[in-house]
Design a protein around this ligand. Structure first.
Ligand code: CA
Length: 647
């Protein structure tokens, strides 16, 4: 492995540049390029007519000031032209690259592109609004990959697999069932979370259908991925199509969260940061070897001022230019806590509702001490930033790293206390006894707004594949009941619910776990499934979301409120967890208390409940069943969620 000189005597004046604007500034009369590269000995700026090859039109040198800041201007209208920079470092010319701040690029991200941002805005874009949230717990997040979501032949979408595919209305499969954008609207989710849409390197944008990638191999962090555009050569096209997509979603009241991967680069040797200011942007061990907490070869040094500035500038750019509603930080455990808190406060100035969350872990060890990093156990030190709950995931479906592990939904018994811990959203509760927990790590959050509840996501098996693996002979009807149970726990728990696109369509990746580069037929959402019992599953999940939105008590914001208003049923039964939720909306059609009971047993079981006037609520039909009557016990159906209202 190559080691780099990390002794940056020139870089320790980096504080001088923290508020400088870097990258291209375009007007019709003049374009300026500003670059921070204090160790560079020379920098050439080249303008081309194409994104690759083509003709060199202008070549000029950037001028350096005494602090290592480089700049040059060209007095021409450069729109629709492409550019590179090339740095001379320690007597050697490094590679020609787009500058780090390039806001769009030619095909495959080899050159930056200069364009007029005003020409990329859809009509009414200036009236477009962020999706506002009173509380993080009001969000219902749906995780998807742009291409997976509309690629299937039965998506009914014209621009399959592209940003524009998410702008198309009134699309159907051959059974007449709503697909794509209309399906999202029907479900009632509040936010989509897109797997990385910034430019990544391991897919040839000229022939995207010959490959596939999730996108966790970032190349140009401020540019969009070209393979999702109708024309990957004209960099302004992807900008305008992505804006149309955001606008279409916003018109439906759906927010857009981007999965961002500033923790590492897709290319290790020769990455664009090291071609600009070699060795500055990454963490190293004392012997000069790259630290590798990403498990991909390097790890971004978020605590260094110009690295921190880079991330903050980039996020602010996405937020203002594209009206983005939130960010999900891949391997957030690599980021230092101070940077995360600055990100939250800076973005909140632009969009007060911005939704921020991340993975509170790393893929490998880091050279920066854990006490300084945004790992799950440090969640209380993060302001308005939530962490994924692996505890929730593991109790619901079974621990992630074991194929044959059982979770509550597959029939696990004896870990009911762990499910109670999941239901209260990672905070403390007087009725959850840490002594009885199998999975330690009690109360890692102070507030439910810090907790993302999920049981499956793009990583790992789909929930259907996981169930199929542990219960290979079970009939599909019963598997559907188990998926319903998983989604009911997800939607009726405290915290922020998050689910993987296609859970509601019994999505399968054909048993492939890490499908990051698997073909479309593995990864795509299969729209032809939406019929019969699977359409019913989709409807059930829509009703769960509707109930969560209707009853504020499922979306509490403090530990105290949860401890006060959520009372677990005391009597112990194997495979059963129930609670009564007191709610404040006095005149609600949902009475003044709700009883929710999860049963993972394969038989019907009768349990005692507090004597009161109860009426059952049918989630499949979203209505009460029969008349309210005084009851002291109820019968739980096999593998089910029962809901009763106290009137
Ligand atoms: Ca790309």
């Amino acid at each position: 492995m190559t080691t780099l000189n990390t002794n940056h005597h020139n870089a320790n004046r980096d504080h001088l540049f923290f508020n400088k604007k870097l990258g291209i500034s375009y007007t019709e009369n003049i374009t300026t390029l500003s670059l921070w590269a204090p160790s560079a000995e020379n920098v050439i700026w080249r303008i081309y007519d194409k994104g690759t090859a083509g003709r060199l039109i202008i070549e000029t040198k950037l001028l350096k000031d005494q602090d290592g800041f480089w700049e040059a201007s060209i007095n021409k209208d450069l729109h629709d032209l492409f550019y590179t920079i090339q740095v001379k470092y320690q007597g050697q010319w490094l590679h020609e690259i787009p500058d780090l701040y390039a806001t769009t690029t030619g095909v495959n991200g080899q050159r930056g592109m200069i364009y007029n941002p005003k020409e990329t805005a859809p009509a009414q874009w200036d009236k477009d609004q962020y999706v506002s949230l009173k509380s993080y717990t009001d969000a219902v997040i749906y995780e998807m990959h742009v291409r997976d979501f509309t690629k299937h032949p039965e998506s009914g979408v014209k621009d399959k697999g592209l940003f524009l595919g998410l702008t198309e209305e009134s699309t159907h499969n051959s059974y007449g069932k709503t697909t794509a954008l209309g399906h999202l609207e029907e479900l009632g989710i509040t936010h989509i979370h897109l797997l990385p849409v910034s430019d990544y390197c391991n897919l040839d944008e000229r022939t995207p259908n010959e490959g596939y990638n999730w996108g966790y191999d970032p190349l140009n962090f401020n540019s969009l991925e070209g393979s999702y555009a109708t024309n990957p050569y004209d960099g302004s096209q992807r900008v305008s199509e992505f804006k149309q997509m955001v606008y279409s979603l916003h018109k439906k009241g759906i927010g857009v969260v981007l999965d961002v991967v500033y923790n590492h680069t897709g290319i290790i040797e020769g990455n664009y940061f090291d071609q600009t200011e070699p060795g500055y942007f990454f963490r190293y061990h004392e012997d000069g070897v790259l630290s590798n907490a990403s498990g991909c070869g390097n790890e971004f040094a978020t605590e260094k001022l110009m690295a921190r500035k880079y991330i903050i500038d980039s996020l602010k750019y996405w937020c203002t230019e594209y009206h983005i509603d939130g960010f999900r930080f891949d391997l957030m455990g690599i980021y230092d806590i101070e940077t995360m808190n600055i990100i939250a406060s800076e973005l909140r100035k632009i969009n007060p509702s911005i939704l921020l969350y991340g993975e509170g872990w790393t893929a490998d060890t880091s050279s920066l001490d854990e006490s300084q990093r945004a790992v799950k156990n440090n969640t209380p030190q993060l302001e308005n930033i939530a962490c994924f709950s692996d505890n929730f995931r593991d109790i619901v479906k079974g621990p992630q790293f074991s194929d044959d592990s059982l979770g509550f939904i597959s029939g696990l018994k004896g870990q009911e206390e762990d499910l109670k811990k999941a239901i209260i959203g990672g905070v403390s509760h007087p009725q959850v006894d840490p002594e009885y927990l199998i999975n330690k790590g009690y109360a890692w959050a102070e507030k439910p707004t810090q907790v993302i509840n999920y049981f499956s996501c793009h990583d790992d098996y789909t929930i259907y594949d996981k169930l199929k693996m542990v219960l290979p002979f079970e009939k599909e009807g019963l598997l559907i009941k188990r998926v319903q149970l998983a989604m009911a726990i997800n939607m009726l728990s405290q915290g922020i619910p998050f689910f993987h696109s296609g859970v509601e369509l019994l999505r399968t990746k054909k048993g492939i776990r890490n499908s990051y580069n698997a073909p479309d037929f593995i990864n795509q959402v299969t729209w032809s499934s939406k019929k019969g019992s699977i359409a019913q599953l989709s409807k059930y999940i829509k009703h769960l979301i509707q109930l969560r939105k209707a009853v504020g008590a499922f979306r509490l914001q403090t530990q105290e409120d949860i401890a006060h208003n959520l009372i677990f049923m005391e009597e112990y039964h194997q495979g059963i967890v129930g609670f009564i939720l007191r709610h404040k909306d006095k005149h609600s059609v949902f009475g003044h208390k709700l009883l929710v009971v999860f049963n993972n047993n394969s038989e019907a079981i009768t349990v005692d409940i507090p004597k009161a006037n109860w009426v059952e609520f049918d989630l499949q039909e979203y209505k009460t069943v029969g008349e309210p009557s005084s009851k002291t016990s109820i019968t739980l159906e096999p593998i089910s969620t029962s809901i009763y209202l106290m009137l």
